[in-house]
Design a protein around this ligand. Sequence first.
Ligand SMILES: *[C@@H]1O[C@H](CO)[C@@H](O)[C@H](O)[C@H]1NC(C)=O
Ligand SMILES: *[C@@H]1O[C@H](CO)[C@@H](O)[C@H](O)[C@H]1NC(C)=O
Ligand SMILES: *[C@@H]1O[C@H](CO)[C@@H](O)[C@H](O)[C@H]1NC(C)=O
Ligand SMILES: *[C@@H]1O[C@H](CO)[C@@H](O)[C@H](O)[C@H]1NC(C)=O
Ligand SMILES: *[C@@H]1O[C@H](CO)[C@@H](O)[C@H](O)[C@H]1NC(C)=O
Length: 432
Amino acid sequence: MTNSIIYSFVASLLLGFGSAAPVTEEKRAAQVPAASHVLKVNRNMASRPGAVLSDRFRKFRAVADSPATAPAGVGTAVCAQHQVEYLIDVKAGGNNFSLIIDTGSSDTWFVKNGFQCLDTYHRSVGLSYCNFGPTFKGSFPGGQITEQHFNITYGSANGPFLNGQMGYSDITVAGVTIPKQQIALATIGAWNGDGISSGILGLGLPGLTEAFTGNAPANDGLQNMVTYAPVVTTVSKQLGSGIFSLGLSRNASQSFLALGGVPQDVKVGPYATTPIQKLGKRLGGSDYFYYTMQPTRMVWNSSTLNGTASPSPQVIVDSGTTLNLLPYDMARSINAQYTPHAVLVPEQGGWFVPCSAVPPSLGVEIGGQMIWTDPANMILPEVKDPSTGYCATGIGAVDSAPYILGDVFMQGLVSIFDVGDKMEMKFAKRLP
Ligand SMILES: *[C@@H]1O[C@H](CO)[C@@H](O)[C@H](O)[C@H]1NC(C)=O
Ligand SMILES: *[C@@H]1O[C@H](CO)[C@@H](O)[C@H](O)[C@H]1NC(C)=O
Ligand SMILES: *[C@@H]1O[C@H](CO)[C@@H](O)[C@H](O)[C@H]1NC(C)=O
Ligand SMILES: *[C@@H]1O[C@H](CO)[C@@H](O)[C@H](O)[C@H]1NC(C)=O
Ligand SMILES: *[C@@H]1O[C@H](CO)[C@@H](O)[C@H](O)[C@H]1NC(C)=O
């Protein structure tokens, strides 16, 4: 997921940064350490119809069929049928919780017992409307940080939002216990849950943390924002390694999060390597925020048509977003290459095809190496347009940066995030 305040913070200078860090090619076999801390990841395929996908779909937003009028429907919560997301078990406060694995945000939070659920118009509604999994009972085991609070809005300005408390708790992820991790407990907000997950495991970089000083959330802004050490920072210190890897697979028994490296028994093709790029800050300077990269180009082709974006738009790698979300013209062009071609359904905010359609091949060239998306990811059998029974395609549009490579890109790959000295990402095709 992406949080909106940060993007308004960095977006102004984003364009200037497209060429900031050259993409490097790694020809020899990658020296990736083996990880002993590996945890299976569950792919949640809750079949509950309704607004479940809408926070993932907050970026699968409605766009009219012309870029000029696109913003008209933007930001409305779009009803989608089924949820596609990756969850992981995290232990905290003596209980196990299922959290959404999110490389697109940095706060790790749990829903606190007594949470007040709001609808998107900020009206108080029953807790079941937010549809969380089990709540976090009691307060912070390691103490509350009374001079800070949590305030986040995901996606667009009228996306899901949460307010809450900040404090400390030991948390255990993939067999690693992180003592005194700063976490948030959400006390009020709007959320479209899945009935299973109790919050988010934010695997993003420190620049994206959303803690604020004082106690007037309505006035929160860059002036009272404080950065703290998120899970990737504390885990790196603990393990002496800034590497973690994600193997997301539609086959749940193959998905993993590994801290410290890649699981030993996982086989991969050659790795494509790229630096994580800094983004400019509005007040000057630059910093790391998202897992941002600049692919050399993207290509898409059917048996009769070829398409290329060269240079590719700058993209972020976000496990908390289901679809690849690209500039409108690119998304339209890729969707036009399905056989039969995909149809934009404005009420659903995305493109749909007969579920048996043939998708185009989609390649993302990183460090001189083409990473082809598994064609099976290009059509989502779990997400159907109720009026036609068509399936969603894996390619959606957003009207402004950050453009996103989500689970559609990550599934079937091993993705390595190295937040140590190297600050780079690696991607390789997972081999059987
Ligand atoms: C949490 O999950 C682990 C592994 O699945 C299990 O061994 C443990 O008993 C669970 N603990 C609680 C409090 O449910
Ligand atoms: C902080 O919370 C308030 C109250 O819910 C909200 O109006 C505001 O938009 C939030 N700010 C951010 C940065 O999410
Ligand atoms: C899922 O993965 C497991 C373990 O690798 C394998 O045994 C099983 O056949 C796979 N299932 C499908 C549907 O591919
Ligand atoms: C697209 O091009 C790639 C590489 O040339 C090729 O392997 C693939 O089969 C093509 N895709 C389609 C749908 O024809
Ligand atoms: C697509 O591009 C490839 C490589 O540039 C070329 O070999 C192929 O003939 C093109 N296919 C079509 C249908 O234009």
